[in-house]
Write a protein that binds this ligand. Structure first.
Ligand code: SF4
Length: 360
């Protein structure tokens, strides 16, 4: 398959690893931002191929993992209402809230459905005029355009029974938070290629310059990832802190301008809590006032929510590169994919799930 098979060739991976080995002279800590990259790294054993000087730590780019507990609890409360059809991507159904998850709501009689697009939820609203259809609109910049489109489509159709429970987060403020933390260990970033396909990477040079860290826009296939690592190490060894694009087949400096315009017309910036990490200023998006009629948080009164996180879970430290999944005392014992204590054990992009699945 074009653009896929050629980026999975073992000989190209080994050539780039060999080049990295020749380039490296001392220890470096690199963070891959995206959970999809984390899974690719662990699945293909890329971290085990690298020279011992290079440590990869895993970033917060897993939308399911960082959706704040309070919002998961709100989702559970809304999904429990008899008039509601609650729709979501499949991963969110097993994410633990303070007491249970969306599967638990469904088992108790709630109408919780998996959809593959927010537009499927719009269609459900058209077909069920006597019910309230809510879509759990989580994610990074990548999913924002489709979620935005669903709000405008509902408005165009005059739907009064469709709403979005929005928990959008943005990557650049998280990079600031990680690099500005006193415990930070990250010396270079592999930026998430799909986020940059939408947003471009024009926000990154100022981050690279301010914190003196190389940032390499990186894809998801093994050759992409090793290429990103090689370029980051090459910069570190030369004392550079620049932004490079190693995913040129999908990403341009400016990104997808029509998608960005759609996002701007739909969402306004806001402070957002990240699960396990806390509030990061101006790191989220909420629906603009002119679309407030589609805001599930305004439509449903769910009462005071007091979220209670598992005291054992250290997912917040893992998502900031301060710990690894096997540093958690519950990893693989009290916490497994069948009985997760934290969201990073649930998601297809969660670091704990990757370590568990591939036997680390
Ligand atoms: S193993 Fe489970 S409890 Fe531990 S950090 Fe990961 S998700 Fe949290």
């Amino acid at each position: 398959m074009k653009y896929v098979d050629e980026y999975r060739r073992a000989k190209d991976v080994h050539a780039l690893v060999a080049a990295t080995r020749r380039a490296v002279t001392r220890p470096w800590v690199l963070m891959e931002i995206c959970g999809g990259q984390t899974h690719a790294i662990v699945r293909h054993g890329i971290d085990q191929l690298l020279p011992p000087e290079i440590e990869l730590v895993h970033g917060p780019g897993c939308p399911v993992c960082v959706t704040p507990l309070e919002l998961v609890d709100k989702a559970l409360a809304i999904a429990s209402r008899p008039e509601v059809i609650f729709t979501s991507y499949g991963d969110m159904l097993r994410v633990p809230g303070s007491g249970r998850d969306l599967f638990g709501v469904r088992a108790a009689g709630g109408d919780v459905r998996v959809v593959y697009s927010p537009l499927d939820a719009v269609q459900l609203a058209r077909e069920n005029a006597d019910r309230e259809v809510v879509f759990f609109a989580i994610g990074f910049e990548t999913t924002a355009p489709a979620n935005a489109m669903s709000a405008w489509q509902a408005k165009r159709l005059g739907l009064r029974n469709f709403s979005l429970l929005v928990s959008h987060v943005r990557v650049p403020p998280a990079m600031h938070a990680i690099l500005g933390a006193p415990e930070n260990r990250v010396q270079a970033f592999l930026a998430a290629g799909h986020v940059c396909a939408v947003m471009g990477y024009h926000e990154y040079p100022s981050i690279a310059a301010r914190y003196k860290v190389p940032i390499v826009v990186t894809g998801f296939e093994p050759v992409d990832i090793v290429q990103g690592i090689y370029r980051a190490v090459r910069q570190l060894e030369r004392g550079l802190a620049e932004t490079e694009n190693a995913y040129g087949r999908a990403v341009t400096f400016d990104g997808n301008r029509p998608a960005q315009d759609l996002i701007r017309r739909t969402f306004a910036g806001c402070d957002r809590a990240w699960r396990g990490i806390g509030i990061i200023p101006d790191s989220g998006w909420r629906l603009r006032q002119e679309l407030a009629e589609f805001d599930a948080e305004q439509r449903f009164e769910v009462g005071a929510i007091r979220p209670e996180e598992s005291p054992t879970c250290i997912a917040g430290r893992i998502l900031q590169g301060m710990a690894k999944p096997h540093d958690c005392p519950a990893f693989g014992s009290a916490c497994t994919p069948e009985h997760p204590l934290g969201a990073t054990m649930v998601s297809a992009e969660g670091a704990c799930a990757a370590y568990y699945r591939y036997g680390r």
